[in-house]
Design a binder for this molecule. Structure first.
Ligand code: SAM
Length: 237
């Protein structure tokens, strides 16, 4: 039997689709892979946990920003009048700014960069999502560009009232995870969720080490979502 690369075939099928433009976005599920659908469902599982919790959502390392778009839509579906649920993304938008020895030898400076000026494209996409829901005269998301070791404390200095209902850590790296996690802990409440994208993962050891050093592994119950083999989350109790 001919061996095919299903993902490549799906990508080509998407690029060549005859579905008319006005129906394409409604039918994107046709092209979703197990991996992409698992991720989407996992973000949905996490979002549902924070609906009763006060505070904003922060993603550390949104990159192309799909999670931010999902969170924006979940907010619109589940709590369309909660204009106090801000969605914040902290990224260099130029990949890893530096690598610590605790990150091991696989990762390189500049990995996970995006296309030039992508943050403007992402801003536009997030504006389009917000426009679909009530209170769309209010901007409820913010992208903060730069090294989060500097930009996150600066953001909190400017916004000392910040409460965090969900922090999604996806820097993959030791130093920014540790620096931001230490600050996040001062802004959470009982029920807030801290989720990590790469725990117990040998190729990206820094994230786990940052959690160990900041919180200890046994102080909270780190739970896995069956849809994400690498990540884990905890609920502040
Ligand atoms: C693995 S990617 C994130 C993937 C994304 N969350 C997703 O679900 O597709 C890691 C991101 O963290 C960002 N990053 C790593 N260290 C950073 C730092 N110190 N400050 C800001 N962004 C950083 C990188 O630029 C990159 O976009």
């Amino acid at each position: 039997m001919k061996k095919t690369n299903d993902r490549e075939e799906l990508l080509q099928a998407l690029k060549k689709t005859s579905i008319p433009d006005q129906e394409l976005l409604l039918n994107l599920g046709l092209f979703g892979s197990r991996r992409s659908l698992s991720r989407l469902l996992m973000m949905h599982d996490i979002y549902k946990k924070i609906i009763p919790v006060a505070g904003s959502i922060v993603e550390f390392g949104p990159r192309w920003g799909q999670n931010l778009a999902l969170f924006s839509n979940f907010r619109g579906m589940y709590e369309p009048y909660n204009y106090n649920r801000l969605i914040l993304g902290f990224d260099t938008f130029s990949g890893f700014p530096s690598i610590d020895p605790k990150d091991g030898s696989v990762l390189k400076k500049g990995d996970y960069s995006v296309t030039k000026g992508y943050e403007e494209e992402l801003t536009h996409i997030l504006e389009c999502h917000e426009a679909e829901y009530p209170n769309n005269h209010r901007r409820k998301f913010e992208l903060v560009k730069g090294d989060a070791i500097k930009t996150f404390p600066a953001y909190l200095k400017k916004n000392p009232h910040t409460m965090i209902a969900l922090a999604y850590f996806d820097f993959d790296l030791y130093a920014p995870t540790k620096a931001c996690l230490e600050l996040v802990l001062k802004h959470v409440t009982k029920g807030s969720v801290l989720a990590f994208d790469e725990l117990n993962w040998a190729e990206f050891p820094g994230e786990t080490i940052a959690v160990m050093e900041t919180m200890g592994l046994s102080a909270h119950a780190l739970r896995r979502d069956p849809l994400n083999p690498l990540g884990a989350y905890l609920v502040i109790e």
